[in-house]
Design a protein around this ligand. Structure first.
Ligand code: NDP
Length: 304
């Protein structure tokens, strides 16, 4: 029977460790601080940022929620980042994505001081990660590694296949797995014979944003499946494709009018040895790792 890798329990464990570190810093008169920048009124972004601010409060990290209007310019955003770079009470700067189209997102993210780049997106931090000297690693891929390690799933020597090569998930996940001594294959939309690769994975990490794309025939029985994808299903037809006959899901769908599915088809989980569910898996680690990165940034900046 496949083991469910419980993201909630692992995230709670990490948050508890972070809270202990925050208490230790408090005894030295230091309080880590996160600036969360939320542009405009995108509902999903408001929910994400709200959870991040609440997590700060829960752990004793100070947070400053900054909400520029949706018509803010790149120049104004650059000025804001410059101010935050210089503020001594701010250890981490988080700019919630996506940004409105008039903003030059790349330029803006590059303007965040690497020491305060708690999302780990800055080219300097990406370079450090590649060089094997990670300071602040991207939160979601770092969460993937925490799930594997804390669940005692061996990585060294295993064949890890990462589906997706984005700068925020796929590439850093592959790099972190490589540093853990996995043999890593990265697949993307131009990969030929994709299933040939995925079937050879001991650990399969799916981060492509395609609902239930990885089917049971693409998975080696007994593999560990890490599902990073978050896809919302809103139609009955889509729902039935994945969850027909699942009473618990049916109840959520009836109540909310939607439910989430990852990039891995639920049927594929049945032949795995262990898997992360969606929801309740990798997604919960992302915020925990953001908190861990904020405390890490606070310590690194002070040479602790
Ligand atoms: P991107 O859209 O930036 O990247 C998707 C990647 O998947 C690309 O590399 C693309 O290849 C590849 N891809 C797309 N279609 C296929 C296909 N049919 N076969 C093989 N590869 C394919 O997405 P992100 O990396 O930002 O996110 C991926 C998923 O993870 C999304 O569902 C997102 O919601 C979720 N996510 C979850 C987070 C969490 O907290 N759990 C955090 C961040 C993301 P190519 O490069 O060739 O175009």
């Amino acid at each position: 029977m496949a083991k469910v890798l419980d993201g909630a329990a692992i995230a709670a464990q990490i948050k508890q460790e972070v809270a202990e570190e925050v208490r230790a810093l408090a005894s030295r008169g230091i309080r880590p601080g996160l600036a969360a920048v939320l542009v405009g009124n995108v509902a999903a972004s408001e929910i994400y940022v709200g959870s991040k601010v609440r997590a700060c409060e829960e752990l004793g990290i100070s947070s400053d929620l900054i909400t520029p209007p949706s018509d803010v310019t790149t120049a104004q955003m650059l000025e804001l980042v410059e101010q935050l770079n210089h503020r001594d009470d701010i250890d981490g700067i988080l700019i919630q994505l996506p940004l409105p189209p008039q903003i030059d997102s790349k330029n803006l993210l590059d303007a965040i001081h690497p020491a305060k780049d708690v999302d780990g997106f800055h080219p300097i931090n990406a370079g450090r990660l590649q060089a094997g000297r990670p300071a602040l690693a991207p939160c979601t891929p770092a969460g993937v590694i925490e799930i594997l390690k804390r669940s005692h799933i061996p990585i060294a020597g295993k064949h890890a296949v990462v589906l997706g090569r984005s700068d925020i998930v796929g590439k850093p996940a592959a790099m972190l797995l490589l540093h853990e001594n996995a043999t890593v294959t990265i697949c993307h939309s131009k990969t030929e014979d994709l299933a040939e690769h995925t079937r050879r994975a001991d650990i399969l990490v799916a981060a492509i944003g395609r609902p239930g794309f990885v089917t049971a025939d693409m998975v080696r029985p007994g593999a560990t499946l890490i599902d990073v994808g978050i896809n919302r299903l809103t139609t009955r037809e889509e729902f039935d494709r994945f969850f027909a006959g699942d009473a618990k899901r049916e109840a959520t769908f009836a109540k909310r009018g939607s439910t989430l599915v990852g990039d891995i088809h639920p049927k594929a989980f049945e032949i795995s040895s262990a898997y992360t569910p969606v929801p309740g898996g990798v997604g919960l680690l992302t915020i925990a790792m953001l908190m861990a990165n904020t405390v890490r940034a606070a310590k690194l900046r002070r040479g602790i």
